[in-house]
Design a protein around this ligand. Structure first.
Ligand SMILES: NC(=O)c1ccc[n+]([C@@H]2O[C@H](COP(=O)([O-])OP(=O)(O)OC[C@H]3O[C@@H](n4cnc5c(N)ncnc54)[C@H](O)[C@@H]3O)[C@@H](O)[C@H]2O)c1
Length: 366
């Protein structure tokens, strides 16, 4: 295929440098032609490293969006600008990959879905954990019905002490929330996708501000400042789905638990179960005995071949660009990310009011 897909990056910070730009750079059909950051030197650095030679640099994304050469925008800015930048990009005729979480609120996320529908442009969200080997395999066996009817799921996003202390992660206004919206979003996305269940009925949740109050706390990225820590440090949700399935969501950046697991899920169905401990484990019952299978994700079983596969960020970028080239639906559909956003918002709402949130009265667009 000769057509080049031209990409503009908005927000040239951590995730753009760690994921988007290195993975896009590996795709021969892609040229990165425009870079924008309010800290213009960051855009210049990115253009120098990843630009196609004629790349342009902008400090204002609305100027970048006037550039007719651009087919696709990757939105890599803090959460509070996802909706506005995505909607403006779609309306400027670009396809959009927006980083997770989709938006700060469900209303914003709905606006993004509507803009994609209105403009006929593609929209996807950066849930790269779906593209891990374990997730891909688990999704396949769930789709094939190997676990039977899945009636229980757990979405795990637990860090014992790893509060992101850089950027605006602790700022409620900019981010909309803490670990629930930041990492709980990945685990819930993975759980709903593998269960193929996007119809919540009732949500009950509770957010905590406990360890966030501690001075000089032990933390992977250095102690946080309790005065700046305006988001929750942990949040938990109980989600009852329309078909009777239950999902428990646990998320934390700092909690006194040894069982740290992030962007993982556990599933239980009528024919078997699965978890992501020590790789991917499938459990069940056969010939009157219980079994646990460890899936060997890295080995190909072929001599002199190390079995290394495309990493999740590369696979995410490749399939996204292919969905544009082939005009097919992206793997992560915006309507799915909207349901994730609606459930996260319901957990925050339930925590505030002390009441369960019923979806019966909500207008779900999925
Ligand atoms: N997929 C993942 O696992 C993952 C991991 C980390 C971050 N993220 C998401 O990526 C987003 C960015 O996080 P980050 O860690 O890269 O933050 P960051 O602070 O490192 O980078 C954000 C960049 O955006 C720039 N920026 C802010 N507002 C802008 C605007 N209006 N126009 C242009 N540039 C603007 C900032 O100057 C900064 O350089 C967040 O939404 C976060 O949740 C996703």
């Amino acid at each position: 295929m000769n057509k080049k897909i031209t990409v503009g990056i908005i927000g040239c910070g951590g995730i753009a440098n760690a994921k988007h730009m290195p993975s896009l750079a590996k795709l021969e059909q892609v040229e990165m032609v425009a870079f924008c950051d309010i800290l213009i030197e960051k855009a210049h650095e990115s253009a120098q490293k990843y630009g196609n030679g004629n790349a342009k640099v902008y400090g204002d994304y609305t100027e970048l969006l006037k550039d007719d050469r651009i087919d696709v925008i990757h939105v890599c800015t803090p959460n509070d600008s996802h909706a506005d930048i995505t909607v403006a990009s779609l309306e400027a005729g670009k396809h959009v990959m927006c980083e997770k979480p989709m938006a700060k609120t469900a209303a914003e996320a709905r606006r993004m879905v509507e803009a994609a529908k209105r403009t006929g442009k593609k929209l996807t969200i950066g849930y790269q954990n779906r593209f891990r080997q374990d997730s891909q395999y688990l999704h396949k066996i769930c789709t094939d019905g190997e676990l039977g009817d899945i009636y229980f799921g757990k979405a795990h996003s637990i860090r014992r002490r790893a509060v992101p202390t850089w950027g605006v992660f602790l700022d409620k206004e900019k981010q909309g929330g803490g670990p629930l919206i930041d990492i709980g979003t990945h685990a819930l996305d993975l759980t709903l996708w593998t269960m193929n269940n996007y119809k919540p009925k009732v949500v009950l949740g509770k957010a905590y501000h406990e360890l966030s109050k501690k001075e000089n706390a032990a933390n992977a990225w250095g102690s946080w400042n309790p005065k700046e820590f305006t988001v929750e440090d942990s949040a938990f949700g109980f989600i009852l789905m329309e078909n009777g399935a239950t999902i428990i969501l646990e998320s934390s950046w700092a909690i006194n638990l040894l069982d740290a697991q992030e962007a993982k899920c556990t599933l239980a169905g009528t024919e078997g179960g699965a978890d992501m401990k020590d790789g991917l484990r499938i459990n069940g019952e056969r010939y009157g005995k219980l079994f646990t299978n460890h899936v060997e994700l890295d080995s190909s079983g072929v001599a002199f071949y190390d079995g290394k596969v495309e990493n999740e960020s590369d696979l995410e970028a490749r399939l996204w660009i292919e969905s544009i080239l082939n005009d097919t639906e992206p793997v992560v559909k915006p309507e799915e990310a909207l349901v994730v956003t609606e459930i996260l918002e319901a957990i925050y709402e339930s925590s505030k009011t002390g009441k369960a949130v019923y979806f019966d009265n909500k207008v779900l667009s999925y």
